[in-house]
Structure formats: structure tokens, C-alpha cells
Design a protein around this ligand. Structure first.
Ligand code: HEM
Ligand SMILES: [Cu+2]
Length: 534
């Protein structure tokens, strides 16, 4: 491989060369820095919430302050971390490399998408500085439209803006995957990571506009008094819940599908075997994306919607669990009799699988009407979605970071530290969120900070766990940061893995491939030759 030609405007390391770059790999790094920034702010808000919950009286924050803290936590974590994290960092970096392309289809749109994200982020920071908002990340009406005295319109503007970043990224990925695959890279030869991003992009493009419109409607009602959600002027507050969940249930799959793609890659690389049932794993991503659009009513079982509607939503919600189950089954079968190395990425993948299964199974429990009417809006629901979004998606994000870090930055990090971090995150996570299942089951409602004294022990356990978890999330800053200055140089394929991204140097040259490769085999054609194994 040749190095960057000297005339290349992207070759330098000036601030200008970064801010004007159209190289998908650099834009991925810009995203890495910005989503990390928001992860820290969202994490600090969670720390406040957990500290306040140490005592039943909620001594630390006022009622209003508590509401603002958990709202900020939810808004930032969902829209500024979970949704953009894996697609915009790893999807951006890897999709062109994995399909044998020189960049995404629209490199400038890719850069624009980052600027739009930053603009939305600035709005969020302004909301934070002027005092926040107290509606919860779900913005339910009539609280958000009529009663809240927080900065609802401003935060709606922030989420509205960042939505355009999602749509642009989704569009870019879809066109890239259709148009820029290298010769020989048929649909049946695409890495599963690319399949899952394709499915995610469909949801990004189809669902995000619904959220945007809904937020505009709230703003219109607040600013101009249009009767949309207010019954006194002919509106309907429940309309909001339908619109919101029509977006937000698919959006939970925006948050988890990319993670499922990461895990398929990590599992195959760890087992050194072809993925068991490749076409089922690929197809299940598309199935999840489609069925996910028809289950939103499971968030509204107790809203007074028709019992028949609830029964149908319940059935469809169980159906969406089937493709998720297929993936777990196929990963297990892939690992079976594999020649497994306990590298950090694999440990994160194992945490993901265990925690995702707990999250998924409790999702099935919640999709049962008879259970949901009891535990709706309790900590049981809080535990359910954190098992998937934090135990699952964030573990996968860290797994991806540890797997592709050498590729992105050309440096190795101390593997033992990665293993310690993976184990500490797993332990801290369970200590934080398992008690919340019990709390919810015993009747502790969510979003309250003054609670009955008998719940205190479980809350203290949870806060202790979150302290450990927070600490564990900070560890990679130390050793990944260290690797950048003093880490051993990474070879092109340090894990001995399959995939086009491992055939180019680490980090890859500006246009990835000097010559566009021709793909002749199926993906994951392990076992690999002696010389590129470790
Ligand atoms: C096996 C598939 C799943 C099923 C059947 C399922 C089912 C449910 C149900 C019935 C609820 C409503 C509970 C209530 O409020 O009473 C719920 C809440 C929730 N689920 Fe899931 N779920 C599944 C997967 C997921 C995934 C993959 C994610 C995230 C990536 C997720 C994130 C959430 C969130 C965020 C909420 C709570 C929203 C809120 O009220 O703030 N779920 N789930
Ligand atoms: Cu849902």
C-alpha cells in the first residue's frame, strides 16, 4: 500500500483538515469524540439521579431538579449517544472498508451530518445551561404541551435537528450499500455488520420523520395554541403517545440492531469459524426492522386503548422476539467447538449476549398484558430497557471499540486492561440494574425520588453498582489514550480475523484501497492461513 500522496488536503493534521474532511474514517473519529463528550454528560446526570436515590427522602435534589436530571439523562443518552454511537462511529468507519469502497456514496453529506449533530448538541447544551426540562425523554402530553414550565420547545428543537443527522446518515448508508459494493460482493457476501446497518438505515429514514413532525406539533401547540393534543380545543393527548411510540419502538431497534451486527463480527472472529446460519442472521435484521414498526401499542396497554388492539400488539411483540432469538441461537452455534481466544472484544460480546437475553426475555414478559398492567411504569421496565440498551448496546459499543481500535488508530492497547474493564463493566452493570427488577416487581414506580423506606436497601445496592460501572467506563480513557502515544504498532490484521477491513494497513490509507478488491469467497471463510493467524 502506498501512503497518502503529499498533495492530499486531508493528509495533514491541522484543525482545518479535520473540520473540512470528507474522509469517512476521519468523520468517524469526529463522531467518536463528540458522542464520548455526550456520554460523559449523560453519565453525570445519571450519577446525580443515583446519588439522590440513596435516601428515601431524596435529600440531594428538589422534586423539580430530580425531574430535570432524569430527563436530561434520557434525552442525551438516547439521541446523542445510543442512536448515533455505533452507526456513526463504526458504521461510518467500517461500511466502506467492509464492502470494498473508497468512501461513502456522499462524503460531503456525511460531514454535514456531523455538523448537524453538533448543532443539535449545542441546542441541548443551551437547554442544560438555561435550566433544563422536566418532561422525561418521552415528552408525554399534556405535561409537555400544557403544564411543563421547562424549555420544551428548545429541547424539541435539539432533538428535531439531530434527527436530520440520523436521516442523512441512513440515506448515505443505504445508497452506499446499494451502489458501492466491490465487484463480487453480492448481497449474500456482505458482512453481517453491513446487513444490520442496512436494516438500521431503513428505520432511520422511515421512522425519524415521524418523531420530527411530532415535535413540531408540540411546539405548535405550545407556541401558537393550536389544538392538537389539548382536548379543550379539539385535540387528543393520546395521539401523542401513538406518534411517539410509532417512532420510538422502531428507534429502540435503531439502538440495538447495529450492536447485533457488531456481535456477529466479534463472535465469528473469536470462534474462527464461519457464522452459523449466515442468511438467517442477515434476514433476521431485516425482519426485526419491519416487524418493529407494528408493535408500538405495547407501550400503551394501560392507556385505555381497545382490548383487541392490545391483544394484537401483544402478539406482534412476541413475534419480534423470534428474529432476536434466532441471532442468539446462531451465535451460540457459531461458538460451539470454536477455537476461542479470551480477548477483550470477545469478553464484551459474551456480556452482550447474556445481558441482551435477560433484556429480551423480560421484554417478552412485559409484552404479556397480564404482567404489564402490574409492572408498567415501575423499575421493572427501567431494568428491562437498561439491560438491552446499556448491558447490550453499550457493551457492544465497547466491544467494537476494543476490536477495531487497532484498525482505526494503528496502535495496540494492553489486552489485560481491556479484560479487566470488560469484567468490571459486567459486574457493575448487574449490581446496578438487577436490583431494579426486584424493586419494580415489589412496586417501586419509576420517576419518583421520594420512596417508601423499605426500598432503600435495593436502591443503595443499585447506586453502589452504578459507581463501579461509571468507574469502569472511564478506564478505557486511560489505556486507550496511553496506546495512542506509546502503544505497539498494530499490524494489518492483529486478531487474525476475516473481512476486507483487515486486508488494508492499520490505520487504512485515505482512499482505503489502492486497487478496488474483487471478492471471490463468502464472508467468514475461516479457518485462516497459518501466517495471518496470531
Ligand atoms: C424482545 C423484544 C422486546 C419486547 C417484546 C419488548 C417489550 C417491551 C414492552 C412491552 C415495554 C413496555 C413496558 C411498559 O412501559 O409497561 C417495553 C419498554 C421498553 N423497551 Fe422493550 N421490548 C423488547 C426489546 C427492546 C429493545 C431491543 C429495546 C432497546 C434497544 C427496548 C427498549 C425499551 C424501552 C426504552 C422501553 C421503555 C420506554 C419508556 O417507557 O421509557 N426493548 N419493552
Ligand atoms: Cu417497544
Amino acid at each position: 500500500m502506498t501512503a497518502n500522496p503529499p498533495s492530499d488536503p486531508n493528509a495533514g493534521h491541522t484543525i482545518r483538515s479535520w473540520l473540512l474532511t470528507t474522509d469517512h474514517k476521519r468523520i468517524a473519529v469526529l463522531y467518536l469524540v463528540s458522542v464520548t463528550f455526550f456520554f460523559l454528560i449523560g453519565g453525570a446526570a445519571a450519577g446525580l439521579v443515583r446519588a439522590d436515590l440513596l435516601t428515601p427522602e431524596g435529600d440531594l435534589l428538589t422534586n423539580e431538579g430530580y425531574n430535570r436530571a432524569f430527563t436530561l439523562h434520557g434525552v442525551i443518552m438516547v439521541w446523542f449517544f445510543l442512536i448515533p454511537s455505533i452507526p456513526n462511529v463504526f458504521g461510518n468507519f467500517l461500511i466502506p472498508l467492509m464492502i470494498g469502497a473508497r468512501d461513502l456514496a456522499f462524503p460531503r453529506l456525511n460531514l454535514l451530518s456531523w455538523y448537524v449533530y453538533v448543532l443539535g448538541g449545542l441546542f441541548t447544551l443551551i437547554v442544560l445551561l438555561v435550566g433544563g426540562v422536566d418532561t422525561g425523554w418521552t415528552f408525554y402530553t399534556p405535561l409537555s404541551s400544557m403544564f411543563s414550565n421547562g424549555h420544551v420547545v428548545l429541547v424539541a428543537a435539539a432533538v428535531f435537528i439531530v434527527g436530520f443527522s440520523s436521516i442523512l446518515t441512513g440515506l448515505n448508508f443505504i445508497v452506499t450499500i446499494h451502489k458501492l459494493r466491490a465487484p463480487g460482493m453480492g448481497w449474500g457476501r456482505m458482512p453481517l455488520f453491513v446487513w444490520s446497518h442496512y436494516a438500521t438505515s431503513i428505520i432511520l429514514v422511515l421512522a425519524t420523520p415521524v418523531l420530527s413532525i411530532t415535535l413540531v406539533l408540540i411546539a405548535a401547540e405550545r407556541l401558537f395554541g393550536l389544538g392538537i393534543f389539548d382536548p379543550a380545543s379539539g385535540g387528543d393527548p393520546l395521539l401523542f403517545q401513538h406518534l411517539f411510540w410509532f417512532y420510538s419502538h422502531p428507534a429502540v431497534y435503531i439502538m440495538v440492531l447495529p450492536a447485533l451486527g457488531v456481535i456477529s463480527e466479534l463472535v465469528a472472529a473469536a470462534a474462527r469459524k464461519p457464522v452459523f446460519g449466515y442468511s438467517f442472521v442477515a434476514g433476521s435484521s431485516i425482519a426485526i426492522a419491519i416487524i418493529g414498526f407494528f408493535v408500538w401499542g405495547h407501550h400503551m396497554f394501560v392507556s385505555g386503548q381497545s382490548m383487541y388492539a392490545s391483544a394484537v400488539f401483544s402478539f406482534l411483540s412476541l413475534a419480534v422476539a423470534v428474529p432476536s432469538g434466532i441471532k442468539v441461537y446462531n451465535w451460540t452455534a457459531t461458538l460451539y467447538k470454536g477455537n476461542i481466544l479470551l480477548d477483550p472484544p470477545f469478553l464484551f460480546a459474551m456480556s452482550f449476549i447474556g445481558l441482551f437475553v435477560v433484556g429480551g426475555l423480560t421484554g417478552i414478559a412485559l409484552a404479556m398484558l397480564s404482567i404489564d398492567v402490574h409492572v408498567h411504569d415501575t423499575y421493572f421496565v427501567v431494568a428491562h430497557f437498561h439491560y438491552i440498551m446499556v448491558g447490550g448496546t453499550i457493551s457492544a459499543y465497547f466491544g467494537a471499540l476494543h476490536f477495531w481500535w487497532p484498525k482505526m488508530f494503528g496502535r495496540m492497547y494492553p489486552l489485560t486492561w481491556g479484560r479487566i474493564t470488560a469484567a468490571t463493566i459486567f459486574f457493575g452493570f448487574n449490581l446496578t440494574f438487577f436490583p431494579q427488577f426486584i424493586l419494580g416487581f415489589l412496586g417501586m414506580p419509576r420517576r419518583y425520588h421520594v420512596y417508601a423506606p423499605e426500598f432503600q436497601t435495593l436502591h443503595v445496592l443499585s447506586s453502589a453498582g452504578s459507581t463501579l460501572l461509571g468507574f469502569a467506563y472511564l478506564l478505557p480513557f486511560v489505556y486507550l489514550g496511553y496506546s495512542l502515544v506509546a502503544g505497539k504498532r498494530a499490524s494489518a490484521n492483529p486478531w487474525g480475523a476475516r473481512g476486507l477491513e483487515w486486508t488494508v494497513p492499520s490505520p487504512p490509507p485515505k482512499h482505503n484501497f489502492v486497487e478496488i478488491p474483487t471478492v471471490t469467497g463468502r464472508p467468514y471463510d475461516y479457518p485462516i492461513d497459518k501466517e495471518d493467524s496470531r
